[in-house]
Each structure stands twice: as C-alpha cells, then as structure tokens.
Design a protein around this ligand. Structure first.
Ligand code: CA
Ligand code: CA
Ligand code: CA
Length: 233
C-alpha cells in the first residue's frame, strides 16, 4: 500500500491501496503498512512489526476483505509505555471493528468492541475495566484487528473474552470460559452471516516495533521482569 500525501486535506495521509484518507493520522505519523495479509495469530501466524518501515510506530494500516479467510489481522509489537498505551481504530472506510490484545504466548489480555454507544470503532487501553483487574506491562504483545463479531477461542471452542450484550464499550479482560487458555481459533458469531471487514487504520500510542533479536537485550529483560510481576498479582 503506497502512502501519498496530496489527495486528502493538508497533512492527512492517503492510503492508495485502500483508497482512503486516513483521518486522524497526520503526515508526520509513522504508519506500519500491512505486508501482504497478516495472519490471524493462531499458532504464531502473525506479522512482526520490525524497524523496516521506520523506527517509531504511531499507526497500523491494513485491510480485511474476507477473501481467503482474511477476517483477522494480527501484529506483534512492543508496548513501551503501558500508561499511555492506546490502540484506536480511526479513519478508513469505517466498519464495525474489534481489537484484541494477547501476550506473546497467546494468552488474552484486553479487548474492546466499541469506543462508545454511538461509535462501533474500537479503543484499547492498558487496563481492563470490567472487574478482571488486568494491567499490561512493558513487553511484546500480539494486537489482533478484526470485525464484529469475531471471537477468539481456546482449543475447546470456549471464548477467551466475555463482552456481554449491552457492554460493548467495556475494556474486557480474559473473563470468558476459555480465558485461562491460549488463542487457538476464531469463531464468527455474526448474526449477519459474516463478520464485518474493510480497510482499517489503528492509531497507536506507547507502542514501538519489535527489536531485532539480540539488538536490545535490556528491553527483553525488562519485558520478562514485567511479565513475572504481572503473574504474581
Ligand atoms: Ca489482511
Ligand atoms: Ca465494534
Ligand atoms: Ca468482560
């Protein structure tokens, strides 16, 4: 996907492959552009965001179109600042998005369906607000971008996150019956027969690429420590 800067309002990015102005993203933004089709995260099938498209990371731009099973795109990235961490679907053609965050092993962390009662886009922060008490730390995480209503499940088909009807705006922890298990499959529970798909851009804060192996040993050690601390809660 080629980014052009002329076709939209001054300073707003244009994604030629998607044919959309990326509202909310300025031309100073460093977007990761989906390479081919990002995997759905099951069994380590994800796209690693590295430094090849820039050293910073303020957005991810991509597409789900349902073809060839392209309903979920997942990306491995680093949360550098859990306090300011946000992931928000913005701009694009606009469809009913869902965002899910897993740790590097596939355990559910936080999830969101809708920003508000009037917006079906999604927004994640680093702490759940549904009573599950989840707070993410510094480390490597898997961010899955998908549409309503794709639900991640464990190997037994139990949902990992419980986002009840009428509670679409909650930042959910992994409180589904499969919440203690790793991501093993996705279930399309859309009453429309097929989950929402489309062009998306996800605005990011507190996030960076995954360091090259061996390049940032210190960060890896920090991430491991944060993970250990989280588990003892
Ligand atoms: Ca895709
Ligand atoms: Ca939604
Ligand atoms: Ca929940």
């Amino acid at each position: 996907m080629v980014i052009e800067r002329e076709r939209c309002a001054r300073g707003v990015l244009y994604a030629a492959g998607a044919g959309v102005c990326l509202l909310g993203l300025t031309s100073s933004a460093q977007a990761w552009i989906e390479v081919g089709d990002a995997g759905d995260g099951v069994g380590g099938n994800y796209q690693v965001i590295d430094n090849s498209q820039g050293a910073t990371l303020t957005a991810i731009v991509g597409n789900t179109d349902g073809d060839g099973g392209d309903f979920v795109d997942s990306y491995l990235l680093t949360i550098n600042d859990p306090i300011t961490f946000t992931a928000t679907t913005v701009g694009g053609a606009g469809f009913d998005t869902m965002l899910y965050l897993f740790d590097v092993n596939g355990f559910g962390q936080v999830a969101n369906d809708d920003v508000s009662g009037i917006s079906v886009r999604s927004r994640l922060v680093g702490s759940s607000n549904d009573g599950t008490g989840i707070t993410v730390g510094v480390g490597t995480y898997l961010l899955a971008v998908t549409g309503f209503q794709m639900d991640p499940e464990d190997i037994l088909g139990q949902t990992i996150f419980d986002i009840p009807i009428g509670s679409a705006t909650e930042i959910s922890g992994p409180d589904g019956s499969g919440g203690g298990s790793v991501l093993a499959q996705w279930e399309d529970n859309s009453v429309l027969g097929s989950a929402a798909t489309g062009n998306y851009s996800v605005s990011l804060e507190g996030v960076g690429p995954v360091p090259a192996p061996g390049a940032v040993t210190l960060l890896g050690a920090t991430g491991a420590f944060a993970g250990g601390r989280r588990r003892r809660k």
